[in-house]
Design a protein around this ligand. Structure first.
Ligand SMILES: C[S@@+](CC[C@H](N)C(=O)[O-])C[C@H]1O[C@@H](n2cnc3c(N)ncnc32)[C@H](O)[C@@H]1O
Length: 207
C-alpha cells in the first residue's frame, strides 16, 4: 500500500533535527516543504516542491496524489507535524493512503525549555492562520501559563489582550527565532510586548 511520510524538522536549526528525520528524507524521491525546511537538507538530490502560504492546499493535494501513484513522498513540517503542522490537512485528504508521522521538536517545546516551563502544566494553543484570537481569552485566567503561536504578530496579540481586559503589567515572554543564531528571549509586561517589534517567528507565553 502507498504511504506518505510527514517529518518534523524542529524549530529551525539543524541541531534539532532527529536522526530518524534525516533517514526518512533519504528515502524520498519527492520532498515537499517550506523554503526554510528544504534548506535543512542541502544534500537531497530528488524532486522538491516548495510550500508557501498561498499554495498550501494545492501542494497537499499534489503530495497525496504523488504518493498514491507510488512515489516516496516526504512532507516536511517545521517543528512537529501534529502541532499547527501538516498532519491535519493531510489526514483530511489521505483516505486509504497510509500516513507515517516522524515527530519533531516543536517551537513551543523549545520555548518552554528556554523559559523552564514544565509544559505538562501549561495551556498549549495555536492561533496560527486562524484569523481569530478569541479562543485565548477562555484560557489565560485558569492559573496556568499559556504558550501560544500567535495568529499574526506578537504586538497585535498583546494589544488584543489589553483591549479585552488583561492587565498591562501582566508578565509575558516571547521566544523569537528560536534556535537561530539571532534568537531572542523577551521577558516583560504585556504593555511592553504591545509596543515592541518582533519578527513573525515567535512563540508567546502569558503567565
Ligand atoms: C505553521 S506554524 C508551525 C508550528 C510548528 N509545527 C511547530 O511545531 O513549531 C508556524 C508558527 O510556529 C512558530 N514558530 C515556528 N518556528 C519558530 C521558531 N524557530 N521560533 C519561534 N517561533 C517559531 C511561529 O509562531 C510561526 O508563525
Amino acid at each position: 500500500m502507498s504511504k506518505i511520510y510527514l517529518v518534523g524538522t524542529g524549530p529551525g536549526s539543524a541541531d534539532y533535527i532527529t536522526i530518524l528525520a534525516f533517514k526518512t528524507v533519504k528515502l524520498a524521491n519527492v520532498l515537499v516543504g517550506s523554503r526554510r525546511a528544504l534548506q535543512l537538507f542541502p544534500d537531497y538530490q530528488g524532486e522538491t516542491l516548495e510550500l508557501r502560504a498561498r499554495n498550501m492546499d494545492e501542494m497537499m493535494t499534489t503530495s497525496v496524489k504523488l504518493a498514491r501513484e507510488g512515489n516516496t513522498v516526504v512532507v516536511l513540517s517545521t517543528g512537529d507535524p501534529g502541532f499547527s503542522g501538516v498532519l491535519k490537512p493531510i489526514q483530511k485528504l489521505a483516505g486509504e493512503l497510509e500516513v507515517e508521522v516522524v515527530p519533531g521538536i516543536s517551537s513551543l517545546q523549545l520555548c518552554a525549555a528556554r523559559l523552564q516551563i514544565p509544559w505538562d502544566e501549561a495551556n498549549l494553543l495555536t492561533l496560527h492562520g486562524k484569523g481569530n484570537s478569541a479562543p485565548i481569552l477562555d484560557l489565560i485566567d485558569n492559573g496556568r501559563p499559556t504558550i501560544v503561536l500567535p495568529d499574526f504578530r506578537v504586538h497585535d496579540l498583546a494589544q488584543y489582550l489589553l483591549d479585552n481586559g488583561a492587565l498591562p503589567q501582566r508578565r509575558v515572554a516571547v521566544g523569537e527565532r528560536l534556535s537561530y543564531p539571532d534568537e531572542r528571549i523577551f521577558q516583560g509586561t504585556l504593555q511592553q510586548a504591545a509596543s515592541t517589534e518582533f519578527s513573525y517567528l515567535c512563540v508567546m507565553v502569558i503567565y
